[in-house]
Ligand binder design. Structure first.
Ligand SMILES: Nc1nc2c(ncn2[C@@H]2O[C@H](COP(=O)(O)OP(=O)(O)O)[C@@H](O)[C@H]2O)c(=O)[nH]1
Ligand SMILES: [Mg+2]
Length: 314
């Protein structure tokens, strides 16, 4: 009963209920599954914007400015900030600063730093679920800020409705991005800190790398937008680029959504099956296998096969 009233309050857009619901999914609390089941049918409206880039490139500052721009269009915003490199310090404080700062008292803006307890897989899962909560709560745009390292994070960004990759001049991170395969996930590039020397050079190196890429079959060439997040310079242009992408047939929104659902379903499947295996085997069986692998009596793959066979037989 309490749960469905929480779901109702989330659906009504109540910020306290949204915060409570996100805590439940973050903790993977026993009630989280039932809550998500109630919310899921009411999702599918929010536009998920992934914002990724190295620490310090200005993602949070940019998210803040972009939020102001989006609010000026009369749309509501949710921001999810993930930063595994700064568990409870930087991002949390920044998150507070954003809420207490420019958008203080604006019920149309909800900011949340995702905690980094557990593994990154858990964080990616919690972030996906938190985005669902914000979607159900009627947020028009959900911005997901990540530092873009690790598969879990890259998956979050890849399956967002649009992905922005943020670079800054003079750090060589443009080259890093090209090497790390970040180029492929970008729908839009931002060269932030364009008030610094070398912004044009960074734009050129990204453009050169893009020109080398085989032509995108979607017919979308990622634009490169220069911004100065601290002053808001270039942010209207960034919003215009986002809108162009959204309206372009290249956006492939349904496909991205299916990608999100597929990733979520497979993730749950793995989680459930692993739990089933753990619960089905005699106590200590997995630990015994680990010991045998450590003693080099058996390799991990063969050990896993053995355990699975035991479960299927039982
Ligand atoms: N000069 C300059 N500094 C910026 C700009 N954008 C952000 N910063 C500063 O860069 C630092 C890191 O910004 P932050 O938004 O926390 O980066 P994040 O780690 O990517 O979220 C802060 O001190 C910002 O004030 C910009 O466009 N120009
Ligand atoms: Mg940040």
């Amino acid at each position: 009963v309490a749960l469905s009233s929480l779901a109702e309050r989330v659906l009504a857009g109540d910020p306290k209920a949204i915060a409570r619901a996100i805590s439940l999914v973050e903790d993977e609390a026993p009630d989280a599954g039932a809550l998500l089941a109630e919310l899921h049918p009411r999702t599918g409206r929010a536009w998920l914007v992934g914002l990724t880039g190295a620490p310090g490139v200005g993602k949070s500052t940019l998210a803040d400015r972009l939020t102001a721009e989006i609010r000026s269009q009369g749309l509501t915003v949710g921001i999810l900030a993930i930063d595994p490199t700064s568990p409870f310090t930087g991002v949390a404080i920044l998150g507070d600063r954003i809420t207490l700062g420019a958008h203080a008292g604006d019920a149309g803006v909800f900011v949340r730093s995702m905690a980094t307890r557990g593994q990154l897989g858990g964080l990616a899962r919690a972030t996906g679920d938190a985005a669902l909560v914000l979607d159900a709560a009627g947020r028009d745009v959900v911005i997901i800020e990540t530092v873009g390292v690790g598969q879990g994070e890259v998956d979050i960004v890849r399956t967002a409705d649009v992905s922005i990759v943020v670079l800054v001049p003079g750090t060589g991170d443009d080259v890093q991005a090209i090497k790390a395969g970040i180029m492929e996930i970008a729908d839009i590039f931002v060269v932030n800190k364009a008030d610094r020397d070398g912004a044009d050079r960074t734009v050129q190196s990204v453009a050169a790398a893009l020109a080398l890429q085989t032509h995108d079959p979607r017919g979308w060439r990622p634009p490169i937008v220069q911004t100065v997040a601290t002053t808001g310079g270039g942010v209207p242009e960034l919003w215009a680029a986002l809108t162009r992408f959204r309206e372009s047939p290249a956006a492939g929104r349904e496909e991205r959504r299916r990608g999100r659902y597929a990733a979520a379903l497979r993730d749950r499947l793995v989680q459930r099956l692993l739990r089933h295996v753990e619960e089905s085997l005699p106590a200590g069986e997995i630990e015994r296998s680990i010991e045998r692998v450590a003693a080099r009596e058996i390799d991990p793959l063969a050990a896993a096969d053995e355990l699975v066979k035991q479960v299927i037989r039982s």
